[in-house]
Design a protein around this ligand. Structure first.
Ligand code: AKB
Length: 332
């Protein structure tokens, strides 16, 4: 919260708060928290929430403009951009890693169509685009520890392949057409407003809900499976800080490694037990998710993000666990 207020003051001082932002995928895990966060920073009417589902949370629906269209429909999307004079598109539409493996053609089509539409429209409007990439853009031949910013990227999931393509397309549209395309390689995001769906890292969100409800969780990844993770407040702040970064300082654009913590299921369970001593962790391995997790980094090096736009995470496993259990404890 303190960070958010400070950031707002800086932005106001720098007169950056003149923007019209469109968030695609506003009902999803990140979108449902990003829209209120951005409205708080840039003003309620400057942030349009868009989703193909009409099920906007009340706070989003009542807080500012909302549009229900399918972002795969280029004409409809362009119409929304024109209507609201949009200059920045944040494209959060994605079929995640595990769900993508169940229907790769559908995942490729959704992930790529929404991206291409965002980039093409921004080429015509001379706007900016944010597209999240992921630890899923890496693969089994990538160095697993302290994964460098620039390294081997040969993912083995359709989700990862679409993310590598998105990174390259972002740079292509910047170089060829001057589109201000930027992105982050997000780790698994842990949050307490909207559940993720279809991801490999989802267990690290579900474990908190089950800890509160049943004091027990059955994990679908094995003990010893280390993955990069980040708490939602850090993920939201990273996005804004990158989009507001001085372009002169950006050597990399699509996309930056950003990391906050790395843990395996035993470590998160041990942290939960500090608050709920009776908490039990059991295992029932999901073979698809396990093989995806095994192909992803244990922890990323985010020194490029630190050097080029000053990235620093605020939450570690301890601080995040305390906050998650406090918030979910009250709500559940
Ligand atoms: C997933 O697990 O698919 C996502 C991701 C790490 O990109 N949460």
């Amino acid at each position: 919260m303190k960070n958010k207020v400070t950031l707002k003051k800086i932005l106001l001082k720098m007169e950056y708060l003149v923007k019209n932002i469109l968030v695609l995928g506003a009902v999803g895990q990140i979108g449902s928290e990003l829209v209120p966060y951005l409205r708080d920073l840039y003003g309620d009417h400057a942030v349009v929430a868009l989703d193909r589902s009409p099920d906007f949370p009340a706070a989003i629906l009542e807080g500012g403009p909302c549009e229900t269209i399918d972002a795969m429909d280029a004409n409809a999307l362009f119409e929304v951009v024109r209507k609201h004079k949009i200059d920045t598109i944040i494209n959060l539409v994605a079929v995640l890693s595990a769900k993508g493996e169940a229907n790769p053609q559908m995942a490729w089509k959704i992930n790529m169509d929404c991206l291409i539409n965002s980039l093409e429209i921004s080429r015509q409007t001379k706007g900016a685009v944010f597209t999240p990439s992921s630890i899923g853009a890496f693969g089994p031949s990538t160095p697993m520890d302290n994964t460098p910013q620039d390294t081997v990227m040969r993912p083995t999931t359709i989700y990862g392949i679409s993310k590598v393509a998105a990174e390259l397309l972002g740079d292509y549209y910047y170089l060829k057409h001057g589109v201000d395309a930027r992105g982050l390689r997000y780790p698994g995001i842990i949050s307490n407003v909207t559940l993720p769906g279809g991801g490999t890292t989802d267990y690290a969100v579900e474990i908190y809900y089950e800890a509160i409800k049943n004091q027990c969780f059955t994990c679908n990844l094995s003990a010893g499976t280390f993955l990069d993770m980040m708490y939602m407040p850090d993920a939201l702040r990273a996005l804004v800080e990158l989009m507001e970064a001085d372009p002169k300082n950006l050597v990399h654009r699509n996309c930056f490694n950003v990391s906050a913590m790395s843990f395996d299921p035993e470590m998160i369970a041990a942290e939960i037990r500090k608050h709920i001593p009776e908490f039990r962790l059991e295992y029932k391995i999901d073979a698809v998710k396990q093989s995806i997790a095994n192909s992803w980094p244990n922890s990323m090096d985010h020194s490029a993000a630190q050097a080029e736009w000053g990235w620093e995470p605020e939450y570690d496993l301890k601080a995040m666990t305390a906050d998650m259990l406090k918030i979910l404890g009250k709500r559940l």
